[in-house]
Ligand binder design. Structure first.
Ligand code: 13P
Length: 259
């Protein structure tokens, strides 16, 4: 079965209420006839309830950029004394379908590890939130020939001991750190090579059927000019879009490039 393309916008720390409203209002009519891809926006937490209202009845799905959980007394935490945090159960309650987990900016600035991501992934399943799990190497790791090893370790660590039926609904985003926000995109060949490697690893871990079903997004300076080429690769099943997702026209052009 062909995998349906999935284009998601990661707004990062952008989107005051009025800005979010304008972006969503522009986006709804532009993408309403898009049939070849699933579409999601991942705004900052504070505007999630508002965005959930605005997109009701449209073909736009909602995601968060993070979620918090930890293990306490043998259970996955969905609420409690964790000041400042938001759990997968709260995201579900607010209307989210998705949560981005383990983004490289969270790994770099907020101490996110594969182990922490693994707990969050399992807590998302428990709450009915589908995870978008981010992996990717730094420039130094690529230049020293360690890309495959780094990505394998991240995939194994983040997805450790997951049931296969849950895995089929999980999305992986390959985001080479050197391509994020830099304007420097991975070539379609560079991206495809890593995507194929990830799918091979999923086959080993979860079996061929699941590996064929999992969607693997590319992220890192994807824009209207390079989206079609990237999305034409056999193992690139969509995009996780940063900067270009903040402009309704650019985000739409990327969605239209997903055939
Ligand atoms: P840019 O598209 O701005 O490079 O960001 C990619 C990204 O990090 C998406 O999660």
């Amino acid at each position: 079965m062909a995998r349906r393309k999935f284009i998601a916008g990661n707004w990062k720390e952008n989107g005051l209420y009025a800005e979010a409203r304008q972006l969503i209002e522009e986006l709804i009519p532009l993408v309403k006839d898009a049939t070849t891809a699933d579409i999601a926006v991942c705004p900052p937490y504070l505007v999630i309830p508002a965005v959930a209202e605005w997109i009701k009845g449209t073909n736009i799905q909602l995601g968060a950029q993070n979620a918090f959980s930890t293990e306490a007394k043998g259970a996955l935490v969905q609420k409690g004394a964790y000041t400042g945090e938001v759990s997968p159960a709260m995201l579900k309650d607010a209307g989210c379908t998705w949560a981005i987990l383990g983004h490289s900016e969270r790994r770099q600035y907020f101490g996110e590890t594969d182990e922490k991501v693994n707990v969050k992934v399992r807590a998302c399943y428990e709450a009915g939130i589908k995870p978008i799990v981010c992996v990717g190497e730094t420039l130094e790791e690529r230049d020293s020939g360690r890309t495959a090893g780094v990505v394998e370790k991240q995939v194994r660590g983040c997805l450790a001991s997951l049931p296969a039926d849950k895995m089929a609904e999980t999305v992986i985003a390959y985001e080479p750190v050197w391509a994020i926000g830099t304007g420097r995109t991975a070539t379609p060949e560079q991206a495809q090579e890593v995507h194929a490697q990830i799918r091979g690893l999923l086959k080993e871990l979860f079996g061929a059927e699941i590996a064929e079903a999992v969607r693997i997004q590319y992220g890192g300076s994807m824009k209207p000019e390079n989206a079609a080429e990237l999305l034409a690769q056999p193992d690139i099943d969509g995009g996780l879009i940063g900067g270009a997702a903040l402009k309704a026209k650019d985000f739409t052009a990327i969605i239209e490039a997903a055939k």
